[in-house]
Design a protein around this ligand. Structure first.
Ligand SMILES: [Fe+2]
Length: 356
């Protein structure tokens, strides 16, 4: 059932300006709660005897059949989320099927062996197919098309999905570009599917849109953020793997850019270099606005939920949490999605849907 979806132009049924805590709904986050009958119909079409880590394309085709059992109004809402510039930047889908016999969380961060089922992978690939094309990048988890996000012992303080005790600051997911651009080849969308939340349910994912930031920040700050007075660091995975740990910076670029009502935003996880003191002040104001709890949407991605994130409309972050490294440790799946792979053809590799 579509519970909340409100944009400047469109209002659907079941819209409430308040969430369950009776606080004003964050307009960056749309929620979609599936009914039990939808869940059971989707589960019936989960592929059997097929491993998505071995036969990605074959598995994804079958996953599309499963996700298509969602109510047509809900499917339409996901399609609208994918394609409407006015749609919110994040969508939380709840009530998805889950794996009944999920093994202990694989603490090495690699896909678990000897799985009896791939229900979670069916959901994430089905949803990804509505948003666009799931893609892999060679420098991100060796080009894997489905990422298993699990806190890793020894990486607690890193600014990455392997970390836990450090706040993962507001950023876009990005990929290194040898042309020194920052945003051109980045995924358009991410999906996080919850196999398991962390046992204390303390790991929150945050999201804030550029649109909202433009409403919050003073016009002088916005004007500076719209000027090419910033450089974005290439992701740490590229820097560490292929550049001896030395940072690589983009060309000077704005943080906010494009259409005034529907802006895009760029903030690198691995560092932003403000080129003068005024630019630094503006960037600090942006960071403070992102971190204020009244401004960002907050979600603990739990079992059977998928958080769909528009990686161009807004920034995401993750709270710190205490990893336990037990069998019930936090375990999310992630997919990177492009609406269009044609513009990435010069970065093709010999692996299906994997780009440099
Ligand atoms: Fe991220």
């Amino acid at each position: 059932m579509l519970q909340t979806y409100q944009t400047g132009r469109t209002t659907h049924a079941h819209v409430s300006p308040f969430n369950q805590d009776n606080r004003p709904q964050n307009t960056d986050l749309q929620t979609l709660d599936l009914q039990a009958n939808e869940c059971s119909e989707m589960r019936k079409l989960v592929p059997v005897n097929l491993d998505p880590y071995q036969d990605f394309q074959g598995f994804t085709a079958k996953a599309m059949r499963s996700i298509a059992m969602m109510d047509s109004d809900n499917l339409a809402a996901v399609r609208k989320f994918a394609s409407d510039p006015a749609a919110p930047g994040a969508m939380l889908v709840s009530g998805l099927p889950t794996d009944a016999a999920l093994p202990p969380t694989p603490l090495d961060g690699e896909p678990a062996k000897d799985r009896e089922s791939y229900v979670g992978e069916t959901m994430i690939l089905g949803l990804a197919s509505i948003l666009g094309e799931p893609v892999g990048y060679e420098t991100e988890k060796d080009g894997q098309l489905i990422h298993n996000l699990i806190p890793i012992k020894g990486a607690e303080t890193t600014q990455s999905n392997r970390g836990s005790s450090a706040f993962l600051s507001f950023h876009n997911d990005s990929v290194y570009d040898a042309q020194d651009h920052y945003h051109v080849y980045n995924p358009d969308f991410l999906i996080l599917y919850g196999h398991r939340a962390d046992p204390a349910k303390a790991a929150q994912t945050f999201y804030i849109s550029a649109r909202k930031l433009q409403k919050i920040l003073p016009s002088k700050i916005i004007q500076i953020l719209r000027e090419p007075r910033f450089r974005m660091a290439a992701p740490a995975n590229y820097t560490d793997l292929l550049n001896g740990g030395k940072k690589v910076w983009s060309k000077p670029m704005p943080v906010l850019f494009g259409n005034a009502e529907y802006p895009e935003i760029a903030v690198a996880a691995n560092g932003v270099d403000a080129l003068d003191s005024e630019a630094q002040t503006a960037f600090d104001a942006l960071t403070a606005a992102c971190q204020h709890t009244d401004n960002h949407a907050s979600v603990v991605v739990d079992s059977g939920q998928a958080l769909l994130i528009n990686n161009r409309k807004g920034l995401h972050a993750r709270s710190s949490f205490k990893a336990t490294y037990g069998p019930e440790e936090r375990w999310l799946l992630r997919a990177n999605i492009r609406r269009n792979t044609w513009q990435m053809r010069d970065r093709m590799t010999d692996r299906t849907m994997v780009f440099s």
